[in-house]
Design a protein around this ligand. Structure first.
Ligand SMILES: NC(=O)c1ccc[n+]([C@@H]2O[C@H](COP(=O)([O-])OP(=O)(O)OC[C@H]3O[C@@H](n4cnc5c(N)ncnc54)[C@H](OP(=O)(O)O)[C@@H]3O)[C@@H](O)[C@H]2O)c1
Length: 297
């Protein structure tokens, strides 16, 4: 298949693009700068120049491909809600262009979008008051001749090159000299290894369903305290429970995720696609994955 990947220079998108290439697909990646274009050129990926904040720059490539895998996202968390809304607008523009073509549009969302602490399943619909839900609104176009699908990722997608929440937690611990959790730390984070997630994206494209939410979740919920303890151990720092107020100081922008209780199932995904995670668990990765020897690239 000819597949356009946004975010092909990113942590998840690089793994997805590489796996698609290994499976024999022809990949074109989005580059917003010369630097990004050079990175893509080195991996043999075709280049389309554009910017996700300007959908008009993305639309031209859509006529030339069979499928779009959207993993790009602006991770400036000080503008998180705006960035989620912009993601929704981009997806709407893309899906409107693809209407009636029967092409595949697979986008990325997050397991947090159901907004409560019961076990989230693939059947649970995103709720409006969670900003990232904007990334799922385009699913309704599955009835209009586009194979719209979502892969929901857990708050930690871990692995070599991770620059997201776990490195941010490690950095906060280094700054303060302690590895922290909120309250009793029993709140749960689901997790997946980047390469397992990448295989699910590829399976989802190849299986070409429509209107589906997949959960790239290898571990349904690890107590946040356990993660904080592994970080404390890795750094040789004390591990401490913080009140909500102190946690906000300690974690900064990360506080909105640190208290998250987000147990998530991937039973339906596994049964439907045959996908099974096979990489390291989060705790194994924290122990052996080089997280405490930056730069982690
Ligand atoms: N990593 C995680 O733990 C995690 C957890 C939950 C959900 N997710 C979601 O998974 C997806 C992929 O995340 P990631 O970790 O791979 O992110 P990442 O490493 O930060 O990569 C972001 C990608 O988006 C591209 N991008 C950002 N702004 C852009 C713009 N204005 N125009 C064009 N491209 C732009 C970047 O291109 P440049 O190379 O040019 O910067 C890069 O390729 C995102 O939707 C993210 O929210 C990730």
């Amino acid at each position: 298949m000819k597949i356009f990947v946004t975010g092909a220079t990113g942590f998840v998108g690089r793994a997805v693009s590489g796996e698609l290439q290994r499976r024999g697909h022809h990949v074109t990646g989005l580059a917003r700068s010369r630097d990004s274009a050079e990175k893509l050129a080195k991996t043999g990926i075709g280049i389309h120049t554009g910017d996700i904040s300007d959908p008009a720059t993305i639309v031209p490539v859509l006529n030339d491909v069979d499928a779009v895998v959207h993993t790009a996202f602006d991770h400036d968390f000080s503008r998180y809600a705006d960035n989620c809304a912009a993601d929704g607008r981009l997806l709407e523009a893309v899906v409107r262009h693809l209407e009636g073509t029967d092409k595949i549009l697979l986008a990325t969302s997050a397991t947090v979008v159901t907004g409560d602490d019961t076990v989230t399943t693939e059947h649970d619909v995103a709720v409006d008051h969670v900003p990232r839900s904007a990334s799922e609104a385009f699913l309704e176009f599955s009835h209009r001749g586009v194979r719209t699908n979502i892969v929901r990722l857990p708050p930690t997608v871990h692995g070599f090159g991770d620059s997201a929440f776990i490195p941010a937690m490690i950095a906060k611990a280094r700054e303060s000299g302690l590895s922290a959790y909120m309250g009793d730390g029993a709140n749960r984070w689901p997790a997946v290894h980047r390469m397992d997630a990448a295989r699910l994206f590829c399976d989802a494209v190849e299986q070409a369903r429509s209107g589906v939410r997949y959960h790239a979740v290898a571990e349904p919920g690890i107590a946040f305290r356990t993660i904080a303890e592994a970080i404390g151990e890795g750094l040789g720092f004390p591990v401490e429970s913080l009140s909500t107020e102190r946690a906000e100081d300690h974690f900064g922008w990360l506080a909105m995720f640190a208290g998250l209780d987000n147990p998530t199932s991937s039973d339906w995904t596994r049964e439907t696609t045959g996908w099974e995670p096979r990489e390291k668990s989060l705790l194994e990765d924290l122990e052996t994955g080089g997280y405490f020897n930056p730069p982690h690239h």
